[in-house]
Design a protein around this ligand. Structure first.
Ligand code: ADP
Ligand code: MG
Length: 521
């Protein structure tokens, strides 16, 4: 009776679960810390890799923060933010993805006691913002410009940045070899923004030292017909014809109907078909091209026709490869383009045959052919090279670098832990150096070889300043975002779909969050 007189206010759908307040905030912080703990051990040159295998049975071995975060399949709503910042760091700068996740987790961990003591989130957020501005100013202050150096000098400096990125990866053992390769590749494409102008082709087998750089385009030999073997496989300064048309005899089976009144007309129809293709082939030959590539099929008739005239051809070339040849040889693919390069060659690389175009006049393309053992290894090598390429491109654009090895951030403790050094000892030494009035100790970082400290600048452990600036920015934003959330509302649908999974996966993720169960009827 009483409830009849006091009407209830129904605000949310039946079954909706909300948790709010301090407990919710703390539970979010715990979840984020848990994620930070997962990637923590991968940081730095002595960091470990993660082997992740999914329900489909595919296995990935990676050291790359963004890749790991993506594959972890995190379901906790707050912890998901970390996945986003790792992704954005990856696309913005390409490296520093583990760093950004660790920074965010660490920021929040530091905030936890304050939250427990009842400090209002907004105060914490304001302080974090101020701190981040100060930190970024300091990074800019410490950054050193590599502007105004000669090309050779610059190349050397850029290679150092690439080597620092690579030193934490599986291919770190060959970092100088790959760093030079990456710098040459980036220099080859100049200031063109399209990343896909640098191709990476993976050929399993062989040694990673067998990897090589083509100052042009290379792609795997396409499917070919009989007659192909009679075609020459090497040219100097050939004209290259790029087509977007089919060179195949088409029998008009399904898509046309022709009615003939006189059987003698039949031959003329057949002849017409042949004339069309011969006409196309003649035009190709007349163009003077020695290499004919097409995005569409080149049939057996055409293959033989070209073979008889000492012309090389390849059909069904992947669009990306064809576009890259076009960029390298000059022009764009429409229906046909004539370009040229210094040397065209079909070469055996491991178990595959490759079509290689090098010394292209318009430059602007480069291809790295990667060799190495297991598939997972090559995949990770490709991801690592991608990081290095991005870093070099960033460094070319905003040409300031900062010393790495934790010289400018909170990262050194983890670098030490991962390498098995005494972190407290190293940090004390670092603090002493960094506090020097003269400022000459500012570039000291962890010396990964001896377990002590060393001048990261002198050791050429360099990173582009944007890596750090972006990481600090993104981590602060993420931390503030999580601090500003005081209530999570789950509707019944999402509760059943992923709520259980979230609780299971994160363990302590939600625990305290149910401060006030607000089920209303
Ligand atoms: P991220 O995904 O954040 O780039 P990494 O695993 O690549 O993480 O580790 C990067 C960290 O390792 C950076 O802080 C960098 O300064 C440090 N680092 C790289 N090479 C060295 C080195 N030779 N000595 C000391 N620290 C290094
Ligand atoms: Mg890195």
């Amino acid at each position: 009776m009483a409830s009849m007189m006091q009407p209830q206010i129904i605000l949310l759908k039946e079954g909706t679960d909300t948790s709010q307040g301090k407990a919710q905030l703390l539970s979010n912080i715990n979840a984020v810390t848990a994620v930070g703990d997962v990637v923590r051990t991968t940081l730095g040159p002595r960091g470990m890799d993660k082997l992740i295998h999914d329900d489909k049975g595919s296995v990935t071995i990676s050291n790359d923060g963004a890749t790991i975060m993506k594959l972890l399949d995190i379901v906790h709503p707050a912890a998901k933010i970390l996945v986003d910042i790792a992704k954005s760091q990856d696309s913005e700068v390409g490296d520093g993805t583990t760093t950004v996740v660790l920074l965010a987790a660490e920021f929040l961990k530091e905030a936890k006691p304050f939250v427990e003591d009842g400090v209002h989130s907004q105060n914490l957020i304001r302080s974090y913002r101020t701190a981040s501005t100060l930190a970024i100013e300091k990074v800019k202050e410490l950054a050193v410009s590599i502007e105004g150096k000669s090309v050779e000098e610059k190349k050397g400096l850029l290679a150092k940045c690439a080597a620092t990125t690579l030193s934490s990866k599986l291919i770190g053992g060959e970092k100088e070899f790959f760093a030079t390769m990456v710098v040459d590749a980036v220099m080859a494409i100049g200031d063109d923004d399209r990343l896909n102008l640098i191709g990476i082709k993976k050929v399993p087998g062989g040694n990673m030292r067998d990897s090589f750089l083509v100052d042009g385009v290379a792609f795997k030999k396409t499917f070919s017909y009989a007659g192909f073997e009679q075609q020459p496989k090497k040219f100097d300064n050939p004209k290259i014809l790029l087509l977007n048309i089919e060179l195949e005899l088409k029998s008009e089976k399904e898509n046309a109907e022709i009615r003939l009144s006189d059987p003698s007309q039949y031959q003329s129809i057949v002849d017409a078909e042949w004339n069309i293709i011969y006409d196309k082939l003649d035009k190709c030959v007349e163009s003077g091209a020695k290499v004919v590539l097409s995005r569409l099929a080149i049939g057996d008739l055409a293959t033989q026709y070209f073979a008889d005239r000492d012309i090389f051809c390849a059909g069904r070339v992947a669009e990306q490869d064809l576009n890259r040849v076009a960029a390298a040889a000059g022009g764009t693919v429409q229906t046909s383009v004539l370009g040229t390069c210094e040397i065209f060659e079909e070469k055996q690389v491991g178990g595959e045959r490759f079509n290689i175009f090098s010394g292209c006049p318009s430059g602007r393309t480069a291809t790295i052919v990667l060799r190495g053992g297991a598939d997972q290894f090559i995949e990770e090598a490709e991801r690592s090279l991608h990081d290095a390429i991005m870093i070099v491109r960033r460094a070319v654009k905003n040409s300031t670098v900062v010393p790495g090895g934790g010289a400018i951030d909170v990262i050194p403790r983890q670098l030490c832990d991962n390498a098995g050094f005494d972190a407290t000892d190293v940090l004390n030494k670092l603090r002493q150096k960094h506090a020097m009035q003269s400022g000459e100790g500012a570039s000291y970082g962890v010396d990964i070889n001896t377990g002590g400290i060393a001048d990261s600048f002198a050791n050429f452990v360099w990173e582009p300043a944007v890596v750090k600036i972006n990481a600090i920015n993104a981590a602060t934003e993420a931390a503030c975002l999580i601090l500003s959330v005081d209530e999570t509302v789950k509707n019944p649908k999402s509760e059943s779909a992923q709520g259980d999974a979230a609780a299971g996966a994160m363990g302590r993720g939600r625990g305290g969050g149910r401060g006030r169960g607000m089920r209303r009827r």
